[in-house]
Design a protein. Structure first.
Length: 259
């Protein structure tokens, strides 16, 4: 048995089950349901391993999934908004990378739990939509701030969706352009994150080996998403998925506060 497989053998079976479920579900979201709960794979895996370790495993897989998104939306995204979002995101990624290496593990678990719960509550109660329902469209300054927050939370837990929605939803973009802008934005963010993740040692042989092990789940999940979209109603599917994310977030918060 090689040193790598010996290391993998130390992980509990529940970790592999959570990772398989979370990564497969992420692919299903991207393939058939236009996104989904941010960071669900990291949240589930963080119950069994350090959050930084989980994020390092998931990032290369997200980068593979992003290729499919770019191919689908390469002609349908807002260059005007991207000029605002990318600079802000780069600042957020920088601060996320600095925090990533210094914040204690249980603080990161707490942050991921809060993000998971907040993201779920936003989905259930349309908080981001309500923030922009009656007011003026957020300007460039708000875009920089939201993008920076998105870059930060994406670096910490691959969960940059909520801050981005606060800025993008009030812009009232065409649905296809809205989705395409989010897809291109997170593709850029994820590929930029490879640099600090490498610098922080999160793209280690162990992590990349596990990424490769789970990599077949990416196209499988996307394929399942395309198939399931035709057979499973969207609302019940998301209701169950966000309930899972909410419970996972609550568990992470409890573990972080009681450790």
């Amino acid at each position: 048995m090689s040193a790598l497989t010996q290391q993998w053998a130390t992980y509990p079976v529940a970790f592999y089950a959570a990772a398989t479920f979370g990564i497969l579900l992420t692919g299903v979201y991207k393939g058939g349901f236009g996104g989904g709960p941010g960071g669900i794979a990291v949240a589930l895996m963080s119950m069994f391993i350090a959050p930084a370790h989980a994020a390092g495993i998931v990032l290369p897989i997200l980068c593979v999934m992003d290729i499919f998104g770019v191919l689908a939306y390469r002609s349908n995204w807002s260059r005007e908004h991207m000029k605002v979002l990318i600079p802000g995101a780069l600042v957020g990624i920088l601060f996320g990378a600095l925090a990533f290496g210094t914040v204690p593990v249980n603080w990161v678990r707490l942050l991921i739990g809060v993000i998971a719960v907040t993201f779920t509550l936003n989905r259930w109660f349309d908080i981001a939509q309500r923030l922009g329902a009656s007011g003026a469209r957020p300007g460039r300054a708000a875009g920089y701030v939201c993008a920076a927050a998105s870059g930060f939370t994406s670096t910490m837990a691959h969960a940059g969706g909520p801050p981005l929605l606060v800025y993008l939803l009030p812009q009232r973009l065409d649905k296809t352009v809205f989705v395409g802008t989010a897809v291109i934005f997170f593709t850029v963010v994820n590929y930029v994150k490879l640099v600090p993740f490498f610098w922080l040692g999160q793209l280690s042989t162990d992590n990349l080996g596990l990424s490769l092990l789970f990599a077949p789940l990416a196209p499988l999940g996307i394929w399942l998403g395309l198939r399931l979209e035709r057979w499973i109603p969207e609302k019940p599917f998301y209701r169950v998925s966000y309930t899972i994310l909410f419970c996972t977030g609550c568990k992470l918060i409890y573990d972080a506060l009681t450790a």
